[in-house]
Design a protein around this ligand. Sequence first.
Ligand SMILES: Cc1ncc(COP(=O)(O)O)c(C=O)c1O
Length: 472
Amino acid sequence: MTDHPVPPEPTIKQFRERYETYAQLPPTGVPREEVLRVMREMAAEEQARWAEGYASGCVYNRDQDHIDFLIEAYAINSQSNPLHTDVWPSAVKYESEIVAMTASMLGGGHIGGGPGSPDGVCGTVSSGGSESIQLAMKTYRDYFRATKGITKPQMVVPETAHAAFDKSAQYFGIEIVHVPVGPDWRADVDAMADAVTDDTVVIVGSAPPFPHGIVDPIEELSEIARERGIGFHTDACLGGFVLPWAEKLGYDVPPFDFRLPGVTSISADTHKFGYAAKGTSVVLYRSQELRHYQYFTMTDWPGGLYCSPSFAGSRPGGLSAACWAAMVSIGEEGYLEATRRILETASTIKAGIEEMPELRLYGDPLFVIAFDSTDPALDIYRVNDAMTARGWALNPLHRPAALHLCVTQRHTQPGVAERFLGDLRAAIDWVRENPSSEGGMAPIYGMANTVPERGLVAEAMLDFMDGWYRLR
Ligand SMILES: Cc1ncc(COP(=O)(O)O)c(C=O)c1O
Protein backbone atom coordinates (compact mmCIF):
# COMPACT_ATOMS: atom_id res chain seq x y z
CA MET A 1 0.00 0.00 0.00
CA THR A 2 1.23 3.44 -0.86
CA ASP A 3 1.68 6.03 1.81
CA HIS A 4 1.88 8.78 -0.78
CA PRO A 5 -0.64 11.35 0.38
CA VAL A 6 -1.78 12.67 -3.01
CA PRO A 7 -5.30 11.45 -3.69
CA PRO A 8 -5.44 9.08 -6.66
CA GLU A 9 -7.68 9.65 -9.67
CA PRO A 10 -10.78 7.59 -8.96
CA THR A 11 -11.47 5.00 -11.65
CA ILE A 12 -13.47 1.82 -11.98
CA LYS A 13 -12.07 0.95 -15.40
CA GLN A 14 -8.44 0.24 -14.64
CA PHE A 15 -8.58 -3.27 -16.11
CA ARG A 16 -9.92 -2.17 -19.48
CA GLU A 17 -6.46 -1.24 -20.84
CA ARG A 18 -4.74 -4.31 -19.60
CA TYR A 19 -7.06 -7.12 -20.64
CA GLU A 20 -9.07 -8.09 -23.69
CA THR A 21 -12.50 -6.42 -23.84
CA TYR A 22 -15.36 -8.57 -25.19
CA ALA A 23 -18.10 -6.57 -26.90
CA GLN A 24 -19.37 -9.75 -28.50
CA LEU A 25 -18.84 -13.43 -27.96
CA PRO A 26 -15.34 -14.55 -28.98
CA PRO A 27 -15.62 -16.62 -32.20
CA THR A 28 -13.98 -19.55 -30.46
CA GLY A 29 -13.88 -20.07 -26.76
CA VAL A 30 -11.00 -18.66 -24.76
CA PRO A 31 -9.10 -21.53 -23.09
CA ARG A 32 -10.27 -22.01 -19.52
CA GLU A 33 -6.74 -21.61 -18.18
CA GLU A 34 -6.50 -18.18 -19.79
CA VAL A 35 -9.92 -17.16 -18.41
CA LEU A 36 -8.86 -18.22 -14.94
CA ARG A 37 -5.48 -16.51 -15.22
CA VAL A 38 -7.10 -13.15 -15.98
CA MET A 39 -9.56 -13.57 -13.14
CA ARG A 40 -6.83 -14.55 -10.69
CA GLU A 41 -4.72 -11.54 -11.63
CA MET A 42 -7.52 -9.02 -11.17
CA ALA A 43 -8.72 -10.63 -7.94
CA ALA A 44 -5.19 -10.66 -6.53
CA GLU A 45 -4.91 -6.90 -7.05
CA GLU A 46 -8.29 -6.24 -5.46
CA GLN A 47 -7.75 -8.62 -2.59
CA ALA A 48 -4.96 -6.68 -0.92
CA ARG A 49 -7.39 -3.94 0.01
CA TRP A 50 -10.21 -5.91 1.62
CA ALA A 51 -8.19 -8.86 2.92
CA GLU A 52 -5.78 -6.72 4.90
CA GLY A 53 -8.59 -4.75 6.52
CA TYR A 54 -8.40 -1.49 4.57
CA ALA A 55 -12.12 -1.46 3.69
CA SER A 56 -15.07 -0.36 5.78
CA GLY A 57 -17.59 -3.23 5.84
CA CYS A 58 -17.37 -5.10 2.49
CA VAL A 59 -15.87 -8.39 3.71
CA TYR A 60 -16.91 -9.37 7.21
CA ASN A 61 -15.16 -12.71 7.83
CA ARG A 62 -11.67 -13.14 9.20
CA ASP A 63 -9.69 -15.61 7.15
CA GLN A 64 -9.06 -17.50 3.93
CA ASP A 65 -9.86 -20.83 5.64
CA HIS A 66 -13.43 -19.73 6.10
CA ILE A 67 -13.63 -18.52 2.49
CA ASP A 68 -12.23 -21.82 1.19
CA PHE A 69 -14.87 -23.67 3.21
CA LEU A 70 -17.66 -21.54 1.71
CA ILE A 71 -16.26 -22.13 -1.78
CA GLU A 72 -16.38 -25.88 -1.20
CA ALA A 73 -19.95 -25.71 0.11
CA TYR A 74 -20.92 -23.66 -2.96
CA ALA A 75 -19.09 -26.01 -5.33
CA ILE A 76 -20.94 -29.06 -4.00
CA ASN A 77 -24.26 -27.27 -4.59
CA SER A 78 -23.42 -25.07 -7.58
CA GLN A 79 -26.24 -26.43 -9.77
CA SER A 80 -28.95 -26.22 -7.10
CA ASN A 81 -32.04 -24.06 -7.70
CA PRO A 82 -34.46 -23.75 -4.78
CA LEU A 83 -37.30 -23.00 -7.24
CA HIS A 84 -37.27 -26.71 -8.05
CA THR A 85 -37.92 -28.09 -4.61
CA ASP A 86 -38.53 -31.57 -6.00
CA VAL A 87 -35.09 -31.75 -7.63
CA TRP A 88 -33.23 -30.06 -4.76
CA PRO A 89 -34.86 -30.94 -1.42
CA SER A 90 -31.46 -30.16 0.13
CA ALA A 91 -32.10 -26.47 -0.67
CA VAL A 92 -35.41 -26.71 1.20
CA LYS A 93 -33.56 -28.06 4.23
CA TYR A 94 -30.89 -25.35 4.09
CA GLU A 95 -33.28 -22.43 3.63
CA SER A 96 -35.84 -23.50 6.26
CA GLU A 97 -33.03 -23.98 8.78
CA ILE A 98 -31.34 -20.65 7.94
CA VAL A 99 -34.66 -18.93 8.65
CA ALA A 100 -35.32 -20.91 11.86
CA MET A 101 -31.79 -20.33 13.22
CA THR A 102 -32.02 -16.59 12.49
CA ALA A 103 -35.48 -16.36 14.08
CA SER A 104 -34.25 -18.17 17.22
CA MET A 105 -31.31 -15.79 17.46
CA LEU A 106 -33.60 -12.76 17.11
CA GLY A 107 -36.01 -13.47 19.94
CA GLY A 108 -38.42 -15.70 18.04
CA GLY A 109 -38.09 -18.61 20.47
CA HIS A 110 -41.02 -17.69 22.70
CA ILE A 111 -43.60 -17.07 20.00
CA GLY A 112 -46.06 -19.88 19.23
CA GLY A 113 -44.32 -23.23 18.97
CA GLY A 114 -41.01 -21.47 18.15
CA PRO A 115 -39.26 -20.92 14.81
CA GLY A 116 -40.07 -23.58 12.25
CA SER A 117 -43.52 -24.29 13.76
CA PRO A 118 -46.70 -23.17 11.96
CA ASP A 119 -47.42 -20.45 14.52
CA GLY A 120 -43.84 -19.34 15.19
CA VAL A 121 -41.77 -16.51 13.76
CA CYS A 122 -41.25 -17.32 10.08
CA GLY A 123 -39.57 -15.82 7.04
CA THR A 124 -37.70 -16.46 3.83
CA VAL A 125 -34.18 -16.28 2.46
CA SER A 126 -33.52 -13.38 0.05
CA SER A 127 -30.59 -12.18 -2.03
CA GLY A 128 -29.48 -9.38 0.32
CA GLY A 129 -30.52 -6.64 2.69
CA SER A 130 -32.19 -4.53 0.03
CA GLU A 131 -34.35 -7.41 -1.15
CA SER A 132 -35.31 -8.33 2.43
CA ILE A 133 -36.43 -4.74 3.03
CA GLN A 134 -38.28 -4.53 -0.27
CA LEU A 135 -40.07 -7.80 0.42
CA ALA A 136 -41.20 -6.58 3.83
CA MET A 137 -42.42 -3.23 2.50
CA LYS A 138 -44.37 -4.88 -0.33
CA THR A 139 -45.83 -7.26 2.22
CA TYR A 140 -47.11 -4.42 4.42
CA ARG A 141 -48.57 -2.62 1.41
CA ASP A 142 -50.51 -5.69 0.32
CA TYR A 143 -51.49 -6.83 3.82
CA PHE A 144 -53.01 -3.51 4.82
CA ARG A 145 -54.72 -3.05 1.48
CA ALA A 146 -56.42 -6.42 2.03
CA THR A 147 -57.18 -6.09 5.74
CA LYS A 148 -57.77 -2.34 6.24
CA GLY A 149 -58.50 -1.12 2.73
CA ILE A 150 -55.52 1.27 2.70
CA THR A 151 -54.98 2.23 -0.94
CA LYS A 152 -52.49 5.08 -0.49
CA PRO A 153 -50.01 3.38 1.81
CA GLN A 154 -47.35 5.30 3.66
CA MET A 155 -44.22 4.26 5.55
CA VAL A 156 -42.67 6.38 8.29
CA VAL A 157 -38.88 6.10 8.52
CA PRO A 158 -36.12 7.96 10.35
CA GLU A 159 -34.00 9.85 7.81
CA THR A 160 -31.10 7.53 8.64
CA ALA A 161 -32.99 4.42 7.45
CA HIS A 162 -31.27 2.67 4.56
CA ALA A 163 -31.86 3.84 0.98
CA ALA A 164 -33.53 0.47 0.32
CA PHE A 165 -36.68 1.86 1.99
CA ASP A 166 -36.81 4.68 -0.56
CA LYS A 167 -36.17 2.14 -3.28
CA SER A 168 -39.14 0.13 -1.99
CA ALA A 169 -41.29 3.25 -1.90
CA GLN A 170 -40.37 3.99 -5.50
CA TYR A 171 -40.86 0.43 -6.74
CA PHE A 172 -44.12 -0.30 -4.92
CA GLY A 173 -45.92 3.04 -4.95
CA ILE A 174 -45.67 3.63 -1.21
CA GLU A 175 -45.33 7.18 0.11
CA ILE A 176 -42.24 7.51 2.28
CA VAL A 177 -42.14 10.03 5.12
CA HIS A 178 -38.60 10.82 6.33
CA VAL A 179 -38.41 12.03 9.91
CA PRO A 180 -35.30 13.91 11.13
CA VAL A 181 -33.34 12.11 13.84
CA GLY A 182 -32.57 13.64 17.23
CA PRO A 183 -29.27 15.19 18.31
CA ASP A 184 -28.16 11.73 19.50
CA TRP A 185 -28.49 10.44 15.89
CA ARG A 186 -31.35 8.15 16.91
CA ALA A 187 -34.93 8.26 15.64
CA ASP A 188 -36.95 10.98 17.35
CA VAL A 189 -39.86 9.06 18.91
CA ASP A 190 -42.26 12.02 19.24
CA ALA A 191 -41.59 13.23 15.72
CA MET A 192 -42.09 9.70 14.38
CA ALA A 193 -45.40 9.39 16.26
CA ASP A 194 -46.53 12.75 14.87
CA ALA A 195 -45.76 11.62 11.32
CA VAL A 196 -48.06 8.58 11.51
CA THR A 197 -51.41 8.96 9.73
CA ASP A 198 -54.38 6.72 8.99
CA ASP A 199 -52.56 5.65 5.80
CA THR A 200 -49.39 4.55 7.56
CA VAL A 201 -48.86 0.81 7.14
CA VAL A 202 -45.40 0.47 8.71
CA ILE A 203 -42.97 2.29 10.98
CA VAL A 204 -39.28 1.55 10.59
CA GLY A 205 -36.33 1.57 12.97
CA SER A 206 -32.77 0.31 12.46
CA ALA A 207 -30.52 -1.75 14.66
CA PRO A 208 -28.29 -0.02 13.87
CA PRO A 209 -28.72 2.41 10.93
CA PHE A 210 -25.97 2.34 8.31
CA PRO A 211 -24.78 5.98 8.61
CA HIS A 212 -23.97 6.51 12.29
CA GLY A 213 -24.41 3.07 13.83
CA ILE A 214 -26.48 4.13 16.86
CA VAL A 215 -29.42 1.75 17.43
CA ASP A 216 -32.83 3.50 17.18
CA PRO A 217 -35.24 3.43 20.17
CA ILE A 218 -36.96 0.35 18.77
CA GLU A 219 -38.96 -0.36 21.94
CA GLU A 220 -40.73 3.01 21.91
CA LEU A 221 -41.16 3.09 18.13
CA SER A 222 -42.60 -0.41 17.98
CA GLU A 223 -45.08 0.49 20.74
CA ILE A 224 -46.43 3.33 18.60
CA ALA A 225 -47.01 0.80 15.83
CA ARG A 226 -48.61 -1.72 18.20
CA GLU A 227 -51.00 0.84 19.65
CA ARG A 228 -52.14 1.78 16.14
CA GLY A 229 -52.37 -1.79 14.89
CA ILE A 230 -49.82 -1.26 12.10
CA GLY A 231 -46.54 -2.95 11.19
CA PHE A 232 -43.12 -2.28 12.67
CA HIS A 233 -39.98 -3.32 10.81
CA THR A 234 -36.60 -3.54 12.52
CA ASP A 235 -33.86 -3.22 9.93
CA ALA A 236 -31.19 -5.40 11.52
CA CYS A 237 -29.42 -6.03 8.20
CA LEU A 238 -26.23 -4.72 9.74
CA GLY A 239 -26.67 -5.60 13.41
CA GLY A 240 -28.76 -8.77 13.33
CA PHE A 241 -25.79 -11.08 13.65
CA VAL A 242 -23.86 -8.83 16.06
CA LEU A 243 -26.29 -7.41 18.62
CA PRO A 244 -27.56 -10.73 20.05
CA TRP A 245 -23.98 -11.76 20.78
CA ALA A 246 -23.00 -8.30 22.02
CA GLU A 247 -25.86 -8.54 24.51
CA LYS A 248 -24.61 -11.95 25.71
CA LEU A 249 -21.13 -10.47 26.10
CA GLY A 250 -22.57 -7.86 28.46
CA TYR A 251 -22.62 -4.82 26.15
CA ASP A 252 -25.44 -2.35 26.53
CA VAL A 253 -27.76 -3.39 23.69
CA PRO A 254 -31.23 -1.83 23.60
CA PRO A 255 -34.04 -4.28 22.77
CA PHE A 256 -34.73 -4.52 19.04
CA ASP A 257 -36.02 -7.99 18.17
CA PHE A 258 -39.16 -10.16 18.48
CA ARG A 259 -39.01 -10.03 22.26
CA LEU A 260 -40.70 -6.66 21.73
CA PRO A 261 -44.38 -7.35 21.07
CA GLY A 262 -44.71 -4.53 18.52
CA VAL A 263 -41.95 -5.79 16.20
CA THR A 264 -43.70 -7.52 13.29
CA SER A 265 -40.78 -8.04 10.89
CA ILE A 266 -36.98 -7.98 10.86
CA SER A 267 -34.36 -8.02 8.11
CA ALA A 268 -31.00 -9.57 9.04
CA ASP A 269 -28.14 -10.10 6.61
CA THR A 270 -26.39 -13.43 6.60
CA HIS A 271 -24.00 -12.05 3.97
CA LYS A 272 -22.66 -9.42 6.39
CA PHE A 273 -21.95 -10.47 9.98
CA GLY A 274 -23.50 -13.91 9.35
CA TYR A 275 -20.21 -14.52 7.47
CA ALA A 276 -21.93 -16.16 4.47
CA ALA A 277 -20.86 -15.36 0.90
CA LYS A 278 -22.49 -12.36 -0.76
CA GLY A 279 -26.02 -12.99 -1.96
CA THR A 280 -28.11 -14.04 1.05
CA SER A 281 -30.18 -12.33 3.74
CA VAL A 282 -33.21 -13.26 5.84
CA VAL A 283 -36.56 -11.47 6.20
CA LEU A 284 -38.60 -12.57 9.21
CA TYR A 285 -42.26 -12.06 10.11
CA ARG A 286 -44.09 -12.41 13.38
CA SER A 287 -46.83 -14.48 11.73
CA GLN A 288 -47.44 -16.65 8.70
CA GLU A 289 -50.51 -14.56 7.95
CA LEU A 290 -48.21 -11.61 7.21
CA ARG A 291 -45.70 -13.69 5.26
CA HIS A 292 -48.45 -14.88 2.91
CA TYR A 293 -48.60 -11.35 1.46
CA GLN A 294 -44.97 -11.66 0.38
CA TYR A 295 -45.55 -14.79 -1.67
CA PHE A 296 -46.47 -14.99 -5.34
CA THR A 297 -48.81 -17.65 -6.71
CA MET A 298 -50.20 -18.18 -10.21
CA THR A 299 -52.83 -20.81 -10.80
CA ASP A 300 -53.73 -20.41 -14.49
CA TRP A 301 -50.42 -20.20 -16.34
CA PRO A 302 -49.93 -22.58 -19.28
CA GLY A 303 -46.47 -23.20 -17.81
CA GLY A 304 -48.12 -24.95 -14.90
CA LEU A 305 -48.80 -24.07 -11.28
CA TYR A 306 -46.23 -21.44 -10.32
CA CYS A 307 -45.26 -20.05 -6.94
CA SER A 308 -42.21 -18.30 -5.58
CA PRO A 309 -41.60 -16.94 -2.07
CA SER A 310 -39.42 -13.92 -3.03
CA PHE A 311 -38.80 -11.66 -6.07
CA ALA A 312 -36.57 -13.95 -8.10
CA GLY A 313 -37.73 -17.06 -9.87
CA SER A 314 -34.71 -19.32 -10.19
CA ARG A 315 -32.23 -18.69 -7.40
CA PRO A 316 -28.66 -19.75 -6.56
CA GLY A 317 -29.16 -22.69 -4.19
CA GLY A 318 -25.39 -22.89 -3.82
CA LEU A 319 -25.43 -19.58 -1.96
CA SER A 320 -28.09 -20.82 0.47
CA ALA A 321 -26.06 -23.98 0.99
CA ALA A 322 -22.92 -21.96 1.70
CA CYS A 323 -24.88 -19.70 4.05
CA TRP A 324 -26.18 -22.73 5.99
CA ALA A 325 -22.64 -24.12 6.07
CA ALA A 326 -21.33 -20.84 7.49
CA MET A 327 -23.99 -20.69 10.20
CA VAL A 328 -23.75 -24.28 11.44
CA SER A 329 -19.95 -24.37 11.26
CA ILE A 330 -19.54 -21.14 13.22
CA GLY A 331 -22.20 -21.86 15.82
CA GLU A 332 -23.02 -19.76 18.87
CA GLU A 333 -19.49 -19.98 20.20
CA GLY A 334 -17.99 -18.77 16.94
CA TYR A 335 -20.38 -15.81 16.61
CA LEU A 336 -19.71 -14.83 20.22
CA GLU A 337 -15.97 -14.92 19.69
CA ALA A 338 -16.16 -12.98 16.40
CA THR A 339 -18.35 -10.35 18.05
CA ARG A 340 -16.03 -10.09 21.04
CA ARG A 341 -13.07 -9.41 18.74
CA ILE A 342 -14.98 -6.88 16.64
CA LEU A 343 -16.27 -4.92 19.61
CA GLU A 344 -12.87 -4.84 21.30
CA THR A 345 -11.25 -3.59 18.10
CA ALA A 346 -14.00 -0.99 17.70
CA SER A 347 -13.35 0.22 21.27
CA THR A 348 -9.66 0.71 20.47
CA ILE A 349 -10.52 2.69 17.35
CA LYS A 350 -13.17 4.80 19.12
CA ALA A 351 -10.71 5.66 21.90
CA GLY A 352 -8.07 6.64 19.33
CA ILE A 353 -10.48 8.92 17.46
CA GLU A 354 -11.59 10.55 20.71
CA GLU A 355 -7.98 11.53 21.33
CA MET A 356 -7.79 13.44 18.03
CA PRO A 357 -8.86 17.01 18.84
CA GLU A 358 -9.86 17.73 15.21
CA LEU A 359 -12.43 14.93 15.16
CA ARG A 360 -15.82 14.39 16.75
CA LEU A 361 -17.09 10.86 17.29
CA TYR A 362 -20.84 10.42 16.78
CA GLY A 363 -22.27 9.04 20.03
CA ASP A 364 -21.05 5.76 21.45
CA PRO A 365 -21.66 3.21 18.71
CA LEU A 366 -20.81 -0.47 18.99
CA PHE A 367 -19.11 -1.20 15.67
CA VAL A 368 -20.03 1.43 13.03
CA ILE A 369 -17.82 4.37 13.93
CA ALA A 370 -18.83 7.72 12.43
CA PHE A 371 -16.91 10.94 12.90
CA ASP A 372 -16.62 14.40 11.45
CA SER A 373 -14.29 17.39 11.72
CA THR A 374 -14.62 19.92 14.54
CA ASP A 375 -12.37 22.34 12.64
CA PRO A 376 -14.18 24.25 9.85
CA ALA A 377 -10.85 24.52 8.00
CA LEU A 378 -10.44 20.74 7.92
CA ASP A 379 -12.54 19.21 5.14
CA ILE A 380 -13.40 15.69 6.26
CA TYR A 381 -13.79 14.61 2.62
CA ARG A 382 -10.19 15.63 1.95
CA VAL A 383 -9.16 13.56 4.94
CA ASN A 384 -11.03 10.73 3.23
CA ASP A 385 -9.05 11.31 0.01
CA ALA A 386 -5.80 11.18 1.94
CA MET A 387 -6.97 7.93 3.56
CA THR A 388 -7.86 6.56 0.12
CA ALA A 389 -4.31 7.37 -1.02
CA ARG A 390 -3.11 5.21 1.87
CA GLY A 391 -5.24 2.34 0.62
CA TRP A 392 -8.31 2.81 2.80
CA ALA A 393 -11.90 2.56 1.56
CA LEU A 394 -14.02 4.40 4.13
CA ASN A 395 -17.65 5.44 3.74
CA PRO A 396 -18.24 9.18 3.18
CA LEU A 397 -21.55 10.29 4.76
CA HIS A 398 -23.83 13.18 3.88
CA ARG A 399 -25.81 15.79 5.78
CA PRO A 400 -23.72 16.36 7.78
CA ALA A 401 -20.42 15.61 6.06
CA ALA A 402 -18.72 12.78 7.95
CA LEU A 403 -16.95 9.45 7.48
CA HIS A 404 -17.53 6.05 8.95
CA LEU A 405 -15.66 2.82 9.42
CA CYS A 406 -17.76 -0.31 9.80
CA VAL A 407 -15.54 -2.62 11.82
CA THR A 408 -15.48 -6.24 10.66
CA GLN A 409 -13.38 -9.25 11.54
CA ARG A 410 -10.85 -8.07 8.96
CA HIS A 411 -10.03 -5.17 11.27
CA THR A 412 -9.45 -7.53 14.18
CA GLN A 413 -6.23 -8.81 12.57
CA PRO A 414 -3.13 -7.79 14.54
CA GLY A 415 -2.03 -4.20 13.89
CA VAL A 416 -4.98 -3.10 11.75
CA ALA A 417 -6.62 -0.81 14.35
CA GLU A 418 -3.26 0.82 15.07
CA ARG A 419 -2.60 1.24 11.34
CA PHE A 420 -6.00 2.88 10.90
CA LEU A 421 -5.38 5.36 13.69
CA GLY A 422 -1.84 6.11 12.50
CA ASP A 423 -3.02 6.68 8.94
CA LEU A 424 -5.90 8.84 10.11
CA ARG A 425 -3.53 11.03 12.13
CA ALA A 426 -1.17 11.31 9.14
CA ALA A 427 -4.07 12.05 6.76
CA ILE A 428 -5.32 14.91 8.96
CA ASP A 429 -1.82 16.35 9.24
CA TRP A 430 -1.30 16.11 5.48
CA VAL A 431 -4.57 17.92 4.70
CA ARG A 432 -3.64 20.66 7.18
CA GLU A 433 -0.20 21.08 5.65
CA ASN A 434 -1.51 21.08 2.08
CA PRO A 435 -4.59 23.29 2.28
CA SER A 436 -4.77 24.01 -1.44
CA SER A 437 -4.02 20.60 -2.95
CA GLU A 438 -6.40 19.51 -5.70
CA GLY A 439 -7.92 16.29 -7.02
CA GLY A 440 -9.61 13.34 -5.43
CA MET A 441 -13.28 12.97 -4.62
CA ALA A 442 -13.57 15.75 -2.02
CA PRO A 443 -14.86 18.45 -4.42
CA ILE A 444 -17.48 16.04 -5.76
CA TYR A 445 -18.67 14.95 -2.32
CA GLY A 446 -18.58 18.52 -1.10
CA MET A 447 -20.70 19.70 -3.98
CA ALA A 448 -23.10 16.78 -3.72
CA ASN A 449 -23.55 17.52 -0.03
CA THR A 450 -24.53 21.13 -0.49
CA VAL A 451 -25.87 21.75 -4.00
CA PRO A 452 -29.57 22.62 -3.65
CA GLU A 453 -30.48 21.27 -7.08
CA ARG A 454 -30.72 17.57 -6.24
CA GLY A 455 -31.67 16.72 -9.83
CA LEU A 456 -28.11 17.56 -10.92
CA VAL A 457 -26.70 15.17 -8.36
CA ALA A 458 -29.11 12.45 -9.50
CA GLU A 459 -28.08 13.08 -13.15
CA ALA A 460 -24.44 12.63 -12.21
CA MET A 461 -25.29 9.29 -10.63
CA LEU A 462 -27.19 8.19 -13.75
CA ASP A 463 -24.07 9.03 -15.79
CA PHE A 464 -21.95 7.08 -13.36
CA MET A 465 -24.12 3.99 -13.78
CA ASP A 466 -24.14 4.37 -17.57
CA GLY A 467 -20.36 4.48 -17.41
CA TRP A 468 -20.39 1.25 -15.44
CA TYR A 469 -21.73 -0.62 -18.49
CA ARG A 470 -19.92 1.36 -21.18
CA LEU A 471 -17.11 -0.39 -23.05
CA ARG A 472 -15.78 2.55 -24.97
C1 LIG B 1 -28.76 -1.01 7.95
C2 LIG B 1 -28.70 -1.55 6.55
N1 LIG B 1 -29.84 -1.92 5.94
C3 LIG B 1 -29.84 -2.41 4.69
C4 LIG B 1 -28.68 -2.55 3.96
C5 LIG B 1 -28.73 -3.04 2.54
O1 LIG B 1 -28.06 -4.24 2.40
P1 LIG B 1 -27.58 -4.80 0.98
O2 LIG B 1 -26.45 -3.93 0.54
O3 LIG B 1 -27.18 -6.20 1.30
O4 LIG B 1 -28.71 -4.75 0.04
C6 LIG B 1 -27.48 -2.17 4.57
C7 LIG B 1 -26.21 -2.25 3.84
O5 LIG B 1 -25.17 -1.86 4.29
C8 LIG B 1 -27.49 -1.66 5.89
O6 LIG B 1 -26.36 -1.26 6.49
